[in-house]
Design a binder for this molecule. Structure first.
Ligand code: IPD
Length: 270
């Protein structure tokens, strides 16, 4: 893909190097994912509604190898091969939205986050089917294909479009209660099947909120940084131990954030 994605970053030479590397890596990994999508290779199931394709593994191999070559002392945590956190940790979902990918729906992405000392410093989400790269650096704003993005100015649930995520890790009743509360408020509630893209879309104002009762770190860290850097409100995912264990995810445009938190029963960071 040929996308112009360069933006200024905060002054910290080794983070600058990782930020440039991360942008390029998200794009090349998106290319690997798109090649696999074109081959329509089929899928197998890891569990109920938990899809796996050969491309998940191929993208993770590509990303893991590149990180090991460029930053051999950094830790790696990936959806398919696992790992554990260190002072500097790359957190990678090779394909978020695998259920879409596996069924031929072009709504999936590669999500890469870099975490240092408990804070997400860099986040990149590449949707290769749309040719879009969302990128954020802590303290330096959020971009889509190099142009600054901001969350939506929405203040009223009657014009709000939000998204809820669901997984078999949480009882259905919890999801249904949040859905009912949001519908009662008058929101339009979507479910797109890629939590990472859902967060990227809150950051760029296409959507007003995303919530899921439990997500893993690889699904959400890049997206949470994007929303925070785009002026949105997010939950305290890392402070609640989300890097190791996953946890609740909420992100929203400020004008509806309090109502969204009340409806979903998920807490926003102070
Ligand atoms: C899943 C997607 C889905 C979310 C799940 C995730 P995967 O990730 O983000 O939208 O609801 O919680 O596990 O399996 O496609 O990488």
């Amino acid at each position: 893909m040929n996308i112009d994605i360069r933006t200024a970053g905060a002054a910290a030479p080794d983070l600058d190097a990782r930020a440039d590397f991360c942008r390029e890596l998200a794009l090349s990994a998106g290319g690997v994912a798109l090649d696999g999508f074109g081959r329509a290779e089929g899928f197998r199931m890891k569990g109920p509604q938990d899809f796996l394709t050969e491309t998940d593994a191929a993208v993770e191999r590509h990303v893991k190898r590149a990180i090991a070559e460029a930053f051999p002392d950094d830790a790696f945590l990936g959806e398919e091969t696992g790992g554990s956190a260190g002072r500097d940790t790359w957190v990678v979902d090779p394909i978020d939205g695998t259920a879409n990918f596996a069924r031929g729906v072009p709504h999936f992405c590669v999500s890469i986050a870099f975490v240092r000392d408990g804070a997400t410093e860099i986040g990149a989400i590449c949707n290769p089917a749309l040719g879009e790269l969302h990128f954020a650096r802590r303290g330096a704003g959020a971009t889509r294909n190099g142009a600054a993005v901001r969350v939506a100015p929405t203040r009223d649930f009657a014009s709000a479009c939000v998204e809820l995520g669901w997984s078999t890790r949480v009882p259905n009743a919890r999801y249904v209660a949040a859905l009912a509360a949001l519908l009662d408020k008058g929101a339009n509630v979507r479910r797109g099947g890629s939590g990472a893209l859902a967060l990227a879309w809150v950051a760029d104002g296409r959507s007003d909120g995303y919530a899921e009762v439990h997500m893993n770190a690889w699904d959400c860290l890049a997206g949470l940084l994007l929303v925070a850097e785009a002026g949105g409100r997010v939950g305290p995912f890392l402070d609640l131990g989300g890097l190791a264990d996953g946890g609740p995810v909420i992100a929203a445009a400020p004008g509806i954030a309090e109502g969204f938190a009340a409806a979903t029963g998920l807490a926003l960071a102070a």
